[in-house]
Design a protein around this ligand. Structure first.
Ligand code: NAD
Ligand code: MG
Length: 375
């Protein structure tokens, strides 16, 4: 079997290290061809020694000039478009992953996409890049992996609706007052998943679920009226697909990102035993479902509205959120300021043009500036 070359962008992060665990077990099928990270040179060096990729890129070399690695943001596109790379696993966090995704799709690669911010910002450009270059996106996000697995080979016209599950995050039972001044440490304590800091905060505000609704819209060509969200605290059902005939199919597994990472690499094949333990329905009982408390988590509704509005609104939503989350993690604003920053940015900038990459990058920069001025 010829081994497929994989570039892991963001290899030092939560998804990146998860992917390398999967890839180290699947060396008969895959070869790690390229690795990139932002600034964790110590871990990147260990990974280089372990996987011997033909390309290593470190975006920010300021603290580690002794390495002979490609540096600067351009190394992401270089890694994503190399001839020995078949699959680009984009595990970068935030808008910084955009150009690598677009370049990989234009170069005809499969993009195993964890970096949902890319699609939220520029879903139409990603579709255009796929059409132009013959690339494809296979989602890593567990909900979207679930939807893909449920839909299988059926055409989109068979689907009546999808229901994304949300754990509800660490603040599911909190009051609006408690939420307003929630501490960083509490926000980072996710009940069912261990993840990077940014996506953990997004899960606490439910902005993550808004990003995922927009992601589902672009990935599966579904209108916003056909995408619902339900809270499922146990994170066993990763999403539901309801077909036109009323039948509902769900995908389940204990919460681990290893399975959706593996599936994004191997789709549509699944006769691959990666050591996932046998499923035990009794041990995951009971499973419960409840409606979203939209009044306490306004970031979800705002994101869906930005998605419906289209143009640059999703990019503004995403950038305002990224900037506000960064300020929250620096202890400069309170938790309740995150949705406030998003709302103010969308009111001011939501109607901006969003047809081209340049439009979207300008909208992104304006939203970040607006949030900085707000506080
Ligand atoms: P993380 O913070 O743990 O890792 C981020 C990675 O991106 C690191 O390797 C870092 O070096 C790199 N990076 C950060 N900024 C960069 C920049 N400016 N340029 C280049 N590289 C940069 O994040 P994570 O939790 O692994 O999440 C990564 C993506 O996957 C996010 O979009 C997140 O929403 C998505 N995701 C994560 C999970 C999860 O379980 N962690 C689940 C679903 C989706
Ligand atoms: Mg998810």
């Amino acid at each position: 079997m010829t081994r497929r070359g994989v570039a892991v962008l963001g290899s030092t992060g939560s998804i990146g290290t998860t992917a390398l665990r999967v890839l180290s077990r699947q060396q008969d099928r895959f070869r790690v061809a390229a690795l990139t990270a932002h600034s964790n040179s110590a871990l990147l060096r260990e990974q280089q020694a372990r996987f011997q990729p033909s390309f290593v890129g470190l975006v920010n070399c300021a603290g580690s000039p002794q390495f002979d690695w490609c540096s600067g943001a351009a190394c992401l596109v270089d890694a994503a478009t190399r001839p020995d790379v078949d699959i680009v696993l984009n595990a970068i966090v935030g808008a910084a992953g955009l150009d690598a995704t677009l370049a990989a799709l234009r170069a005809g690669k499969r993009v195993a996409l964890a970096n949902k911010e890319t699609l939220v910002m520029a879903g139409a450009l990603a579709a255009e890049a796929c059409a132009r270059g013959g690339g494809e996106i296979v989602p890593v996000d567990s909900e979207h992996s679930a939807i893909l697995q449920c839909i299988g080979t059926r055409p989109r016209t068979d689907v009546r609706r999808v229901i994304l599950t949300a754990s509800g995050g660490p603040f599911r039972g909190w009051s609006a007052d408690q939420l307003h001044s929630a501490r960083i440490a509490d926000a980072l304590k996710h009940p069912t998943w261990t993840m990077g800091r940014k996506v953990s905060i997004d899960s606490a505000t439910l902005a993550n679920k808004a990003l995922e609704v927009i992601e589902a819209h672009f990935l599966f060509g579904l209108s916003y009226d056909c995408i619902d969200v339900v809270v499922h605290p146990q994170s066993i059902v990763h999403s539901f697909v309801e077909f036109v005939d009323g039948s509902v199919v769900a995908q389940m597994s204990v919460p681990s990102m290893e399975l959706p990472v593996l599936y994004a690499l191997t789709h549509p094949e699944r006769a691959i035993d990666d050591g996932v333990p046998q499923f035990d329905p009794v041990s995951v009982s009971p499973m419960t479902f409840e409606p979203v408390a939209h009044e306490r988590f306004p970031a979800l509704r705002m994101g869906i509205e930005a998605g419906r509005q289209g143009g640059a609104a999703p990019a503004v939503y995403n950038a305002a959120n990224e900037q506000a989350v960064a300020l929250f993690l620096e202890g400069r604003i309170v938790f309740g300021d995150i949705p406030r920053a998003i709302e103010s940015s969308l009111n001011k900038l939501g109607a901006l043009q969003g047809a081209t990459r340049e439009d979207l990058l300008a909208a992104d920069a304006s939203a970040r500036r607006h949030v900085m001025e707000l506080f």
